[in-house]
Design a protein around this ligand. Structure first.
Ligand code: ATP
Length: 358
């Protein structure tokens, strides 16, 4: 029996509902598959913890998480606390502390989902957006002076390092190499940002030399938004900076049908530290507590986690159970135009896993 230690951090809003659903489905995967066991420990960190303790996570939080094989994360954000406090207090310290520099965000139109684009046939939209997750525009490098005075100044300076850009480019080319179409689009803004983005482009061209089997091109981030909408079929793997990919991946999630479906993995590819798996969506307080959050993003995330742990067959089984359920409109939650509840979708995926033919 292979044992994996999983740290579950449901955190805020619908994060709690979807992580509970995800853990239920992961139990069904283990029962179906056999051969491995997930030993899950839950951490009560997040905005409620902040209200009680004045911090989003325990002081020794990273040390406690370090021992785990993976982190299964819900969402952070609470209307009562500024977003930069919640984000910089929990999610970003984990991503940065564990050097999870590769943020992998698949977007695909799953069976039964009607994407918002006219003329987008199944299979036309099958992308992986790779987000640089450790530096760039979200490096936290800046400050404010003369606070509150008319002459107040705030700076937010991007940080792009040769090593940081090289490693994300290499990861992007590797990812593209292992996909059937072997296409990589490098998103840039080197026409307007003439220092960091020019280096970004140069490094892409250098790394490309080692991947002659990958076809690649550059696209300005603004042009990329129109290409995603007008020519989805021309896109396969996309690598972009922290800010650019943050925006493009929300667009990708919407184009694939709903934010409630989109998963993400924050990877430390060298496996020196645990990687973190989470749905793309936030804590969605508008629907929290109503039992209608779409848990599919979290289930897909769970499948990515199993894949990362090396349980490829279990990951594939979970993915095929998910696709069976999305194919049936009676199991669509309100974000997909249906009336199903989180519990109903969860039960349907567990049922599919129990059935012999997934
Ligand atoms: P953040 O800033 O953390 O991204 P946000 O509140 O801006 O948070 P989300 O929480 O992701 O954004 O929610 C955006 C919208 O999408 C909300 O209207 C929410 O109800 C909807 N939404 C997000 N996730 C889901 C989900 N899993 N199921 C159903 N609807 C969702």
């Amino acid at each position: 029996m292979r044992d994996y230690r999983i740290a579950a951090i449901p955190a805020d809003g619908i994060g709690r509902e979807v992580i509970a659903a995800g853990l239920t489905v992961l139990e069904a995967v283990q029962a179906r598959h056999g051969g491995f066991r997930l030993i899950v420990e839950q951490f009560p960190w997040g905005s409620d913890y902040y209200q009680q303790h004045g911090r989003m996570m325990a002081e020794d939080g990273l040390d406690r998480l370090r021992r785990f094989d993976a982190i299964f994360f819900g969402a952070v954000g609470d209307p009562a606390i500024p977003d930069h406090v919640t984000l910089w207090g929990l999610r970003l310290p984990i991503c940065q502390g564990f050097d999870q520099y590769a943020n992998v965000r698949p977007a695909r139109v799953l069976p039964g989902i009607s994407p918002p684009l006219r003329n987008c046939a199944p299979g036309d939209l099958d992308w992986v957006i790779l987000r640089e997750n450790s530096e760039g525009e979200y490096a936290g490098n800046g400050g404010r002076v003369h606070r509150g005075l008319p002459e107040e100044v705030a700076t937010e300076t991007s940080v792009f390092t040769r090593s940081g850009v090289t490693r994300i480019m290499r990861y992007g080319f590797e990812l593209a190499r292992h996909r059937p179409r072997r296409l990589l689009t490098v998103v840039t803004k080197s026409n307007a940002q003439r220092h960091a983005m020019v280096m970004w482009d140069e490094i892409a061209a250098e790394v490309a030399q080692d991947f002659p089997d990958v076809t690649w091109n550059k696209e300005l981030v603004d042009a990329m938004t129109t290409r995603m909408v007008l020519k989805p079929k021309t896109i396969d793997v996309v690598v972009a900076s922290n800010l650019h990919a943050d925006i493009l991946s929300d667009l990708a999630a919407a184009l694939a049908g709903s934010l409630g479906i989109a998963p993400t993995a924050n990877l430390n590819p060298e496996r020196k530290f645990p990687s973190m798996f989470e749905p793309i969506h936030g804590s969605a307080f508008d629907i929290a507590g109503k039992g209608i959050a779409n848990p599919i993003a979290t289930f897909w995330t769970a499948s990515m986690m199993l894949d990362h742990l090396g349980e490829r067959e279990a990951a594939a089984k979970l993915m095929s159970a998910i696709e069976r359920v999305t194919a049936i409109s009676a199991f669509h939650t309100p974000d997909l135009g249906g009336t199903a509840t989180t519990a109903q979708v969860t039960e349907a995926v567990c049922d599919a896993l129990r059935s012999a033919n997934v």
